[in-house]
Structures are given as C-alpha cells and as structure tokens.
Design a binder for this molecule. Structure first.
Ligand code: ANZ
Ligand code: ZN
Length: 878
C-alpha cells in the first residue's frame, strides 16, 4: 500500500469538498420509496429558510446525521431527508423591507442554505428535497382540506383578530407591540371575521390516550406538556334557571370541576361576550362600555391569570338549582368565553379568583368545606388560605350534604341535579379547535369559493391545486390577493354564478404537520403519499428537534397522522416513534450600558477575552476600540443578545468535521451546549491527532498479516481489549443512550492507547502490526458518523469505502483478560507489583510474591499472616 497522495497534515478544506462531491456523484444516500430488509427513517425538523444556518440548525442536523450514519454502518437502509418549511411571515416582511417577491426571497435563501447544509456533510437523500411553498406540495394539503371540509372536520365561524385600521390589515400577535401595529403605530382594534377551524377537539381524547403509546420513546417532559395542553377535566355542567325569563329566557349553564361546592355558590360570573352579558348591555350603556373595554384587552389565557380582576353586575339574576335562591350575574374579566360554557358558578370561599373578586366587590362568601388537616382552622373572609381550595375536608353549611367528603358530596350533588335535570357529568378539554385562516399572502391558498347563493363551496378536486401567484410584492397594506381579481374572480362550482375565491391562506403549521409523510414519496402525483412508500417508511423511527416545538407542532402532526389514517392514507396511530429534543446552544454575551440603561451587545467574535486558569472569562475587550466591555454570562444564541456564532465561519476555519465533533462532544444532546472557542480548537486537535496517527502508520508501509489472536504480546492483547471495549461502548452509547459525548470520549481514549502502543513501533512484530491495524480501522469506522470526511479519506487508504463498511463487531474473547496486576504489600505497605495469569493458584501467587526482590528485603522473618484478595493484592504480615 503506497500513500504518496495523502498529506501528513490534516487540512479539512483540502478533503471535505472532494468527499462531498463523491457522495453527490455516487448518490450514496439515495433510497427507494419502497424498501425491504432492515430500515429506518431518521428525521430532523426541517428548517425555515430564513437566510442562513444558525448553530441550533447545525446541532439538530448533526445529531440526526450521526444517528443515520451509525445505523447505515449497522447494515440498515436509512432514509434521512431534508426540505424547507417555506411559507411564512418573514418572507412578507422581507418583501416589505426590500421590495422583493416572497417567492424569490425564499428560493434564494433555500439555495444558500442548501449549500451550507451540504457543507456540513449530511448524509441526506437530496433527491427527496422539497419546499412546502410549491404547488406540487400544497396541492395535496388542499386536497386533504377539501376531504375534511366535506366530512365536517373543518368548519367556519367568526373569530376575533387584531386589526390595524391604518394599514387595513390583520396582524399576527407578534406584530402587535404595546397595543399598536408594528408598522403603522396605529392602535390595534379587535375585529370579528370568519375563519376556518380544524375540529381537533374531536380527537382530543385519542390524542391524550395515545400518549401512552409514546412512553418508551418520548421524553417524559414532552408527554406532560402535551397532556397539559390537551387539558382534560372531569366535571359537571350545572344549569341555573333565569330569574327574569321575560328578559333572558334561557337557563345559564356553568362548567365546574367542583360540584361538591355547589352549596357555596354566591354569585355567577360570565365572560364579557357571553350572550347573557350582551343581553343585559342592550339597556345599560355602562355595561356596554365595560364589555367593549374587556374586548380590547389581551386574549391570552396566561395574561388573564395575572391581570387585575375586574367586573360589573349585569342586573340579571339566576336561581340556584338546589336552594332556589337568587344569585346575581356578574361579568368578570377572569372568565374565558371559549372555555366550558363561558360562565362559572362562583364559590368565593373555595376558589382563589372568586375570593379575590368577591372581596373586591363585596359579594357574599359562604364556607362549605371545613378545615380538616389545616393548621389555622378559622375561616377568614379577607385572607386567602391554601386549604380553602383543597378537597380534603367535609361539607358544612350544605344542608342535606353536610358531613360528606369530596367524593361523597360530588356524587350526591350530581345525582340530585340529574334527578331534576339541572346537571350532568361532563368532560371538558382545554384544547380548542385549531383556527387555520390567515389573512396573509405567503401561504397555501384555502381551497374554498364563496358564493352569494350557495355559501362556502370547496374547490372541486379536478381544479386543484389553487395556485398562489408568485410574482407579487406585498407592501404591508392588507393581503395583496384581495387586490387581484385575476386570482379571486371565479365561478361557483355549484351554481356556476359569479363567485369569489377565498383569499385567506393556511396557518403554516399545516404544512409542517404532514411533511414527514411526504418525504416517503416526495414526487408522488396521486396523493399525499404513495401507499407502499408510507407502508415502507412510516412512522418516523427517530424525530429530532427543539423543545420549543414540544406542544403545537407535535400535537398538530399527531393530529394530522390520525386524519390521514382516517382517510386511509397512512397506517398506525402515531407519526414519531422516538423523539429527541435537543438542548439550546449558548454563548458568552458582552455588553456596554449607557447611563440611560440602554445596552449595546457585542458579538463574541469581536471580543478579546482573557481567562483565568480554570477557563473562566475575567476581562473582555472590544477589539475595534480596545476598550473594556461587561461579561454578561452564557445565554441562548440570539439576535437580541448579538451572541450568535456563524456556523459558516467555523466550517471555513476548521472544517465541518471539527464543528460536528465539537457539537457532539461538548454536551449530551438534550442538554444546553456552551459554545467555547477552546472546545472547538480541542476538537480540531483531536482530529489532527487521528490524522497524524493514521498517516504515520500508513507511511511505514508495513505488511499486515492475518490476526492470530493466540499469539499476541501482552501489549497487543491490552490494545486489542481496549479496541473491543471501545467498540462495545460506542455502539451502546449511540444506539441506546444517545450519549454521543461519551462515545467520542471513549474514542479519544482509544486514540491514546493506540498512540502509546505505536510509540514502540520499531520493536513491533507482524502480529503487533496486525493488532494496530485492527485498532486503527475500527477507530476510523466508529468515528465516521461524527467526522465522516476525515474517516472516508483515511479509510480509502486501507482500500475501504466508508459507504460499504460495517460497524465493527465486538470480539468477546478479546474482552477477557489473560493476566492481571496484583499489588504486593508487606504490613499493609505497597512494596511491589506482579503481572500473573488470571487463573493462578493461591500458593503459586504467594510464592511469586515472596520471591519479588523488592519484597524480600522487607521479609525479616516468616510471615505471621498471609492475606490474598483474589485478582487484587497479597498482604504479608511479618
Ligand atoms: C366552581 C368551583 C369551586 C371551581 C371551587 C373551582 C374551585 P379546570 O380544572 O381548568 O377545568 N371555570 C369554568 N369555566 C371557566 C371559564 N370559562 N373561565 C374561567 N374559569 C372557568 O377548571 C375548572 C374550573 O374553572 C371550574 O370549577 C370553574 O370554577 C372554572 F372551589 O367551579 B369551578
Ligand atoms: Zn353558487
């Protein structure tokens, strides 16, 4: 084997482009739509084409790639696809700022980022790439929309949006800043407009139940977040008849989880827009003004919990279903219109919010649960106590229900209400139906037609896809589709009359809810996914992405899988068998603060940092002006703190392999990763040492005989054991534990052992060379998932093709030790060491110990006691 062309110095920029070109030319990562034999689908969440890769992307895609490459080495066919989540608001904002069409901006970004991803060395089947903004993709999304609409799983209803009266446009929540439009600065109004909704609540119970199927493969924390979001509550609906049927004839229904406290209800509270409130406001201008004020407020549930309680009496009354007492009906800003029935029975003695409200407005507070188990047994009508809200005590002041515990009271009250038909058991979900209409241009057109005569009519299948015009530059003043008759003018599919095409587009979460399925057959023209391809590749075996998607994206994708299943498009109940949520990438922050408190943040790349001997930063200087800046600590890389490090610069300086090794070595994948220049340099040094070892081994041009394991020197046996121990550990760390960091650490140790062994290379026998050769090849294959360019280049020197080799197998016999080191003590003091066979007899061992020259000098007489700890030590007491 001659190696004239291999450079003794490791230079990533000299090898990485060649290796990448080789992968492209040979299409080594291409897989078929249908597959036989062991196979696996590994998917990292696809990126939004924002313009440039950030470190979060690099981490995400490196994790997926390491897993993919590992399983390929294990002999599996692996699908690892890549595509673009290409619709969305940033493209429209860029259009407004730079007067460029969103389509053009998006595709330019895609071209740039694709190149960046390729430079990372991902083992992706690029023939499967697609962008969700193309008609070939969204055609099938529209098709599914039409099917679901026909089935009643999509409906239309009025809903409230943020309206910018100057720009005449709907604003997303993130475009409202302090109540004003981000562009116009106008005070934002609320408007009710018709929107389409997916009936995800029909699947709430199944989405909850099926979380059990994911227990083995999903992080506990994500399962809990999903469970809480779905938010199942077991309770009852109770109806309170109107006391003024001449004004408001209907009974008021409330949802409660605490039916046991019914006898403590002293008023009822309704949401500002509840029909009963609106009715009362007809004759009460003050009430009307108050409702309007509530409407302008935030709609976020999280804000409701913390904002000050506010309310107003409606002047209407309802009757308590058991006592018949008249209770006042209040409007309260802490009651949500969209939860339960938008009304609560207020039990101020046992509900904290009701307590606060009742105290503020002087409403009666009636204790109905005693203080069992509480330290302070006196009920105070002014100060809230934790135990008021508990279910621990027994009922008091509750007439026939007195003395019952929670279960007993709940059951007895429910039975009584059922008897009088004024209550029933009810399961309530926190999950709301999913509103998908967006009054935006850059999204998938909603395939509906509005006809004055026929109402909403779905676009007939043969007219799909409804194509979004791409030569459009939005200017921020409303959806440009509304100004394009060539888009919206159409004929009603039902009556043939003039009709108007829907100009709203779909929430971009819709595209990302089924892309994983499309990847199985991205070019299929007959539906969402070709049935055999779905059968072959779905579900995704391993999904990888940021924990910020733990709730909505994953819930929507799970929902879509069930929708597609019920359409007969896919099998199984869940899309992602295993989920890995990667941690954040952190970096140092640096800033200067002006007297006004305004902070200016400096990028770590522009800072000269001085460290103490533990590597902690002690002082920092802004390179441009040589003046000090404040060290702000490690934070998530972000634009706002200007602490992002451009992956491109790392790849250019050190190569993709170094970036990959650093990312995987610096922390376990689910934990935060602290960016450190020293860490990157360390990773690069490790690869240089691998390179140097292998090139100097190759340079000797030694003949490598077949291994003869029965005839190995002790050193050779030790190295061989180390090699096989490492193979075992690396395989286990990657496959079972996702512990990529310790897998790399083990390989660093193996490298050290090989280097030590090679230090004696001049004295090596041919069998020693064979053992070194085995160790080096094994190392290069194990390291290949992490540093594929380097490994492929070096393996080629052994006439091995990385794309053809297998992960090394553990030779169990190499793991057993033939000899062991025994410590020899005299009177408990270490005097010598012995290297003996593992199966040596006790007598033989004692004889050898006594014969050691360095021991003999301390043996002043016959030993009084001889202690042998097997495999460890001999202690001679004299
Ligand atoms: C009486 C009561 C007494 C309540 C008590 C609680 C404690 P979860 O568990 O979240 O389902 N509620 C019902 N509808 C509401 C709405 N639209 N907006 C705000 N609050 C609403 O909570 C159910 C409880 O939240 C219900 O039980 C109701 O208050 C309140 F000692 O009814 B409870
Ligand atoms: Zn019509």
């Amino acid at each position: 084997m001659t190696t004239p062309h291999i450079d003794p110095e490791y230079l990533a920029s000299a090898i990485e482009p060649n290796v990448q070109k080789d992968w492209d030319d040979r299409k080594v990562f291409k897989v078929a739509d249908t597959v036989e034999g062991p196979h696996r689908y590994i998917l990292s969440m696809f990126p939004y084409p924002s313009g440039r890769l950030h470190m979060g992307h690099v981490r995400n895609y490196t994790i997926g790639d390491v897993i993919s490459r590992f399983h390929r080495l294990k002999g599996e066919t692996v699908l690892q696809p890549m595509g673009w989540d290409a619709f969305g608001l940033p493209a429209e904002n860029a259009a407004i700022a730079h007067k460029v069409a969103p389509a053009k901006w998006t595709f330019e970004n895609i071209a740039y980022m694709r190149d960046q991803l390729k430079r990372l060395g991902l083992s992706v089947d690029w023939d499967r790439e697609f962008a969700t903004c193309t008609p070939e993709y969204y055609h099938w999304e529209q098709w599914l929309f039409v099917q679901l609409y026909k089935k009643g799983l999509i409906y239309r209803k009025l809903s409230t949006v943020n309206w910018d009266p100057v720009d005449q446009t709907v604003l997303a929540n993130e475009q409202v800043e302090n109540g004003r439009g981000w562009r116009s600065g106008a005070l934002v109004e609320k408007r009710d407009i018709p929107m389409y909704y997916f009936r995800i609540t029909d699947y709430a119970q199944e989405l909850l139940d099926d979380l059990d199927q994911l227990k083995a493969g999903w992080p506990q924390q994500v399962l809990t977040m999903q469970r809480n979001w779905i938010g199942r509550s077991q309770g009852m609906d109770i109806s309170f008849p109107s006391a003024q049927t001449e004004i408001y004839p209907d009974a008021l229904t409330v949802f409660t989880t605490r039916g046991d406290t019914l006898m403590g209800a002293t008023y009822v509270a309704v949401a500002a827009e509840h029909p009963m409130a609106l009715k009362a406001a007809e004759t009460n201008p003050a009430l009307k003004a108050f409702i309007e004020e509530c409407r302008m407020g935030s709609v976020a549930e999280a804000d409701l919990a913390t904002t000050e309680k506010k309310g107003m009496a409606t002047g209407l009354f309802v009757k308590h279903p058991i006592t018949g007492a008249e209770l006042p009906v209040w409007i309260a800003n802490y009651v949500l219109l969209s939860y339960g029935s938008g009304a609560v029975m207020a039990v101020p003695a046992h509900d904290e919010r009701d307590f606060e409200f009742a105290n503020k407005y002087n409403l009666p507070i009636q204790q109905v649960i005693d203080a069992q188990g509480a330290d302070d047994v006196a009920f105070s009508a002014t100060e809230w106590q934790e135990w008021y809200g508990s279910k621990q005590g027994k009922l008091v002041n509750s007439a026939e229900f007195d003395g019952l515990d929670f279960e007993g009271a709940y059951a007895a009250i429910l039975a009584k209400l059922e008897n009088t038909e004024s209550g029933n058991s009810k399961v309530q979900f926190r999950l709301r139906d999913w509103g998908v209409s967006r009054q935006r241009y850059w999204g998938c057109p909603i395939p509906m037609i509005n006809c004055e005569k026929c109402g909403q009519v779905p676009v007939p299948e043969e007219q799909l896809p409804v194509i979004l015009p791409t030569d459009v530059v939005p200017d921020g003043s409303g959806n440009p589709l509304n100004k394009m008759p060539e888009f919206y003018q159409t004929a009603c599919p039902s009556c043939g009359g003039d009709a108007r095409r829907e100009t709203d587009t779909l929430d971009t979460f819709v595209e990302s809810s089924w892309y994983y399925a499309r990847f199985a057959s991205p070019n299929f023209q007959g539906g969402l996914v070709q049935p055999e391809a779905a059968q072959s590749w779905l579900p995704v075996n391993q999904y990888i992405g940021g924990v910020e998607h733990a709730i909505l994206h994953l819930l929507y994708a799970r929902f879509f899988h069930k929708l597609m299943r019920d359409e007969g498009v896919v099998q199984g109940n869940e899309p992602f068998t295993n989920l890995l949520t990667q941690g954040m990438v952190l970096a140092d922050t640096f800033y200067r603060e002006e007297a006004s408190g305004k902070k200016t943040w400096y990028n770590p790349a522009d800072i000269e940092l001085e460290r103490d001997d533990k590597g902690r930063g002690i002082s920092a200087i802004y390179k441009a002006d040589g003046q000090p800046v404040v060290i702000g600590g490690q934070e998530k890389m972000s634009k706002s703190k200007n602490n992002g490090i451009d992956p491109q610069s790392i790849i250019e300086q050190y190569g993709a392999d170094t970036a990959r090794i650093f990312m995987m070595f610096a922390a376990p994948p689910d934990q935060s990763l602290e960016w450190s220049d020293a860490g990157v340099e360390g990773s690069n040094r490790f690869l240089k040492r691998v390179w140097r070892l292998v090139t100097s081994f190759l340079a000797k041009n030694a003949t490598v005989p077949a291994l003869d394991v029965a005839n190995l020197s002790k050193d050779a046996q030790d190295l061989r054991r180390k090699t096989h121990e490492t193979i075992h550990k690396v395989g286990d760390d990657i496959e079972r534990r996702y512990a990529f960091n310790t897998a790399i650490a083990a390989q660093m140790e193996l490298l050290n052992s090989i280097n030590k062994f090679e230090a004696n290379a001049e004295q090596h026998t041919p069998q020693d060379v064979a053992v070194a050769d085995e160790a080096i090849r094994s190392l290069l294959i194990m390291l290949a998932p992490f540093a594929p360019h380097l490994c492929q280049t070096l393996l080629a020197e052994f006439d091995l093709d990385l794309t053809q080799v297998s992960f090394p197998t553990v030779d169990e016999s190499a793991l057993t030790r033939n000899t062991q080191t025994i410590v020899v003590q005299v009177n408990g003091k270490l005097r010598g060491k012995l290297e003996v066979a593992v199966d040596i007899s006790k007598d033989e061992l004692l004889a050898l110990a006594k014969a050691l020259p360095e021991v003999q000098q301390f043996l002043t007489g016959p030993s009084k006691k001889e202690i042998v700890v097997p495999n460890k030590l001999v202690n001679l007491v004299v």
